[in-house]
Design a protein around this ligand. Structure first.
Ligand SMILES: NC(=O)c1ccc[n+]([C@@H]2O[C@H](COP(=O)([O-])OP(=O)(O)OC[C@H]3O[C@@H](n4cnc5c(N)ncnc54)[C@H](OP(=O)(O)O)[C@@H]3O)[C@@H](O)[C@H]2O)c1
Length: 318
């Protein structure tokens, strides 16, 4: 099969499309013919081995998983003997990162618990775009943030995957939503319905004097105290990711700050049923950038890493 292979850390330009052996599923695994994959922060870090601390996770000297990619949609081609949830021909999708990587390839063999059934009304491309970001946005806003009707919400790092779906989830609660990002993304953010937009390169959003009931952060660019000052008396701060140093500060602050501070540990695919309901009723639709061809995955990862993308960067593998 064809796959993007990353045998050593380095620039995305080193990524090559190669012919590798098609995987054989173990007893609890399914073999998926991949239709689409998507680019994530993990790919950008895993391919370059940066920040270096991440090598503890991805492999000290070279990537443990030579094929990157953590989201997919596709069709089951074969099943191991002990698989009970799926059968050959089922359309599936998911964020496979809790069980492995390798979705920039024509086939993936992965544990049956790594994926969910794809409803017929949800196209493959959109399912891929929703699997990680929508789940994370839901867990940030609903599970941890306990979002309520008419709240004043701010999303930092709002132009990417989590922000674009986070906005739509918040709008189902009739919230007023401010998005922080920069560059070309600001125009797309205005068009997709953010009520207020802040360009982080021109304005320090923590000093605007505005107060929020809920802050959802996809970047964690500021110190915990700065976020506390932006919260209403019952406000909450929830982060889904960012630089390790800032996340450590947030983890320590959790115990001393007056207003609640949460770091969301992703529970992959847990809330996709809720996302299906919102999608089917027309309340959410992923913002898709691409698709890039499998051959151009390196370019897609570079484009993502340079922050040029809008929403989810998709790779087509059909
Ligand atoms: N919680 C978990 O278990 C878990 C698991 C996996 C991933 N994650 C994390 O979850 C987050 C996922 O977010 P995502 O998929 O939406 O990422 P994304 O698509 O990269 O979006 C993040 C946005 O933030 C913008 N940004 C960059 N620097 C910024 C700054 N200083 N201030 C404000 N915005 C800034 C980026 O734009 P520019 O770069 O163009 O500026 C980009 O538009 C990532 O941080 C990822 O590492 C968490």
């Amino acid at each position: 099969m064809k796959a993007i292979v990353c045998n050593s850390y380095g620039p995305t330009s080193k990524l090559q499309l190669r012919e590798v052996e098609k995987p054989t599923p173990k007893s609890n695994e399914v073999l998926i013919k991949v239709h689409f994959s998507a680019v994530n922060d993990y790919d950008w870090s895993m391919v370059r081995g940066e920040p270096k601390l991440y090598r503890l996770l991805f492999g000290l000297f070279k990537p443990k998983h030579p094929i990157p990619g953590m989201e997919l949609s596709g069709v089951i081609e074969s099943c191991g003997d002990e698989v009970t949830k799926f059968k050959v021909g089922d359309a599936v999708y998911g964020d496979i990162s809790a069980h492995g990587f390798g979705s920039f390839a024509e086939y993936v063999a992965i544990h049956e618990n790594a994926i969910v059934r794809k409803p017929e009304y949800l196209p493959f491309e959109e399912a891929t775009a929703l699997s990680h970001a929508a789940n994370l946005a839901w867990q940030g806003l609903v599970d941890f943030g306990k979002i309520e009707k008419d709240m004043n919400v701010l999303i930092n790092g709002a132009g990417g995957g989590v922000g674009s779906i986070g906005l739509q989830i918040a709008k189902t609660y009739n919230c007023q939503v401010t998005g922080v990002d920069t560059g070309d993304k600001l125009k797309a953010m205005k068009e997709t319905g953010f009520d207020y937009i802040i360009d982080y390169k021109k304005e320090d959003f923590t000093r605007s004097g505005n107060k929020y009931d809920l802050i959802l952060d996809a970047k964690t660019t500021r110190a915990p105290k700065a976020y506390q000052k932006m919260l209403n008396p019952n406000g909450k701060y929830v982060t889904v990711g960012g630089k390790i140093g800032r996340l450590l500060q947030i983890a320590l602050a959790q115990h001393v700050m007056k207003k609640p501070v949460y770091i969301v540990p992703l529970d992959a695919n847990k809330d996709l049923e809720q996302i299906h309901v919102l999608y089917e009723s027309g309340k959410i639709k992923p913002l898709i950038d691409g698709p890039f061809s499998l051959e151009k995955t390196g370019e897609a990862i570079q484009y993502f890493g340079e922050g040029k993308h809008h929403g989810k960067v998709i790779v087509s593998i059909k």
